[in-house]
Every structure is written in structure tokens, then in C-alpha cells.
Design a protein around this ligand. Structure first.
Ligand code: F6P
Length: 326
């Protein structure tokens, strides 16, 4: 029998569609297992300030389809300090919380690992980020929805690009990872993608554009991940413009539209499975692990691994873009 009676749950870092579905799953799985569940608002900042309230089943009713997070999110500088973490621990104790589910990305897990080690409090993580960059899970909560949002937006841009025979550089999110850019590139039939994992090949792009211009393609779409080493969509577009005055060029930064919206069915199911698995992991005395999905099976990956390693993109997919562009 586990000694855990009351658990806390919070969302932290960049929000992602499906976080609400994950919160709902944690609350309901907790109640199903006779636990009390407390929601902590504004991530670690709210933990420090004691923004902590009990969540009953009815509090998470009607949220599975909502983007954003009812628990709000934040990136806390204070939690990086010893003093901040001490305040946070005192608040957890004051509210009688024995264990915590943390929903977020690698910044969230870095804090969780340190906190758990310092105060011996069990914490289990759920991968919540649009970037899909967490090691130890095939998919993060929110990535599928984000990818679909990006594809829908780029399809629309392609219409106008083709109407004016324009060359578009479209910047998508992904500070350190190219999953969104690469897979949107395949799904939208982009001419090229620029991602942080691969050194930029602006020269190669220029050769391609020369060819493409001769072939008069209907539209030319280049997708750039914000973290690409060439410096983002504007920087690449400026380099290319100098040599290709004949192209009418435009730049679109998709921005935070990528983080919002109703979660896809895939993200809702993923969040529900992982949320239930997180509570079960805590009851199983697991700590400092992220619950993920690999080959459609639930896995538990130590924070130490998810933090140090990156989910690798399949670089062969870049080749696919070239093949599909002949
Ligand atoms: O980590 C998710 C993410 O959306 C990144 O892709 C992006 O670089 C970052 O968050 C943006 O963060 P903020 O909303 O704080 O500007």
C-alpha cells in the first residue's frame, strides 16, 4: 500500500494543447485511486506563492477539448534559487501534498529533478510541449495539434503564394528542435526545410531555387525552424533575395498561433493515457521519472535521461523532402 494520500498537479513552461486533458486525467485517476488531488496554479511560481486548491472531478469537467491550461503556466526564475525551492516545499507541506505530477518540458523536469532530490518528494513528469523534443517518448502532448495547425496555416499561405508566383519563407516554432518544421515540410510539400539539427545549406537552396525558377513551380515554400543556425526566416530570406531578384519573396512568422487551439484526438488520447499512467507510477513508488509512450507502450524514463538527451529527428526525412521535390 502506498503512503501517498494527496497529490499536486501543475503545468509549467510553454503551454501546449492537451495539457487540460492531462490535468483532467491526473485528477480523475487520482480520485479513482482514492487520492485527493490539488491543482497548483502558475507552475513553480504558484507553488512558491501557495496558489494551491483542491480539484474535484467536476472542476475538470468540460476541459478535455480546451487548449491552453486551466492551471495556467509560467517559467519561474525564483524556483532556480535554493530559497525559492524552500518556499515551494513549505507550501507543499502546508497543504499536505505527498507527491506531485509535473506537466511540461525539459526545463520543468530539470527543476523537478533537483527539487525531488533536495526534499525527497516524489515527482512524476508528463511530456507537455509542442516541440516534441523530449527524449524517451515518441510524442509529446501538444505536438500533433501544433503540427496540424502549422499544416493548415501553410496550406493557406500556399494558395496565395501560388496566386502570385511568390517565394515564401515560413518560420515555425522549435527553439532547439526541428520536428515541427521537418514534418510540416513533408505534409505541405515544402521545397526545403531548415532545422537546428542539421547545418544550414543556403547554397544548396540557392541551387534548387535556380532550378525551380526555371521549372516555374506553382509555389515555393521554405520552412525554417526558429532555432536554425542560419538565424531564422528573415535572415535566410535576406541572403536569398540578394541573388534572386526575380523572386517575389515574403516572410511569415507563424508565432504563438502554433501553441493554441483545441487539441487533436491524438493529443487527447495521449494526454489521457499518460495522465492515468503518471498517477499509477506515483502509487507504484516511482519518482523522478517522465511517463512517455514508445511504440504505443507506456514507459518510465528517468528525468536524468530526458534532461540530458534530445529526441533525435530522423534526418532521413530531409532526404524525403528532396525526393518528393523532383
Ligand atoms: O517550448 C515551446 C515553445 O513554444 C518553443 O517552441 C518556443 O521557442 C518557445 O516555447 C516560446 O516561448 P515563449 O512563449 O515564452 O516566448
Amino acid at each position: 500500500m502506498s503512503k501517498i494520500k494527496r497529490i499536486g498537479v501543475f503545468t509549467s513552461g510553454g503551454d501546449s494543447p492537451g495539457m487540460n486533458a492531462a490535468v483532467r486525467a491526473v485528477v480523475r485517476a487520482g480520485i479513482f485511486n482514492n487520492l485527493e488531488v490539488y491543482g497548483i496554479k502558475h507552475g513553480y511560481s504558484g507553488m512558491i506563492r501557495g496558489e494551491i486548491k483542491e480539484l474535484k472531478s467536476s472542476h475538470v469537467s468540460g476541459i478535455i477539448q480546451r487548449g491552453g491550461t486551466i492551471l495556467k503556466s509560467a517559467r519561474s526564475q525564483e524556483f532556480r534559487t535554493e530559497e525559492g525551492r524552500k518556499f515551494a516545499y513549505d507550501q507543499l507541506k502546508l497543504h499536505g501534498i505527498d507527491a506531485v505530477v509535473a506537466i511540461g518540458g525539459d526545463g520543468t523536469f530539470t527543476g523537478a529533478r533537483q527539487f525531488s532530490e533536495e526534499y525527497n518528494i516524489p515527482i512524476v513528469g508528463l511530456p507537455g510541449t509542442i516541440d516534441n523534443d523530449l527524449y524517451g517518448t515518441d510524442f509529446t502532448i501538444g505536438y500533433d495539434t501544433c503540427l496540424n495547425t502549422v499544416v493548415e496555416a501553410i496550406d493557406k499561405i500556399k494558395d496565395t503564394a501560388s496566386a502570385h508566383d511568390r517565394l515564401f519563407f515560413i518560420e515555425v516554432m522549435g527553439r532547439d528542435a526541428g520536428f515541427i518544421a521537418l514534418n510540416a515540410g513533408i505534409a505541405c510539400g515544402a521545397e526545403a526545410v531548415f532545422i537546428p539539427e542539421v547545418q544550414s545549406h543556403t547554397e544548396q537552396l540557392k541551387n534548387y531555387l535556380e532550378e525551380g525558377f526555371r521549372r516555374k513551380k506553382a509555389s515555393n515554400i521554405i520552412i525554417v525552424a526558429e532555432g536554425d543556425d542560419a538565424g531564422g526566416a528573415y535572415a535566410i530570406a535576406n541572403q536569398v533575395k540578394e541573388d534572386f531578384k526575380e523572386y517575389d519573396t515574403r516572410v511569415t512568422i507563424l508565432g504563438h498561433i502554433q501553441r493554441g487551439g483545441t487539441p487533436s484526438a491524438f493529443d487527447r488520447v495521449l494526454a489521457s493515457r499518460l495522465g492515468v499512467a503518471a498517477v499509477e507510477a506515483l502509487l507504484d513508488d516511482q519518482k523522478s521519472v517522465m511517463v512517455g509512450l514508445v511504440n504505443n507502450q507506456i514507459v518510465h524514463v528517468p528525468f536524468s535521461k530526458t534532461i540530458k538527451q534530445h529526441n533525435p529527428v530522423d534526418v532521413a526525412l530531409i532526404k524525403l523532402i528532396d525526393v518528393l521535390n523532383v
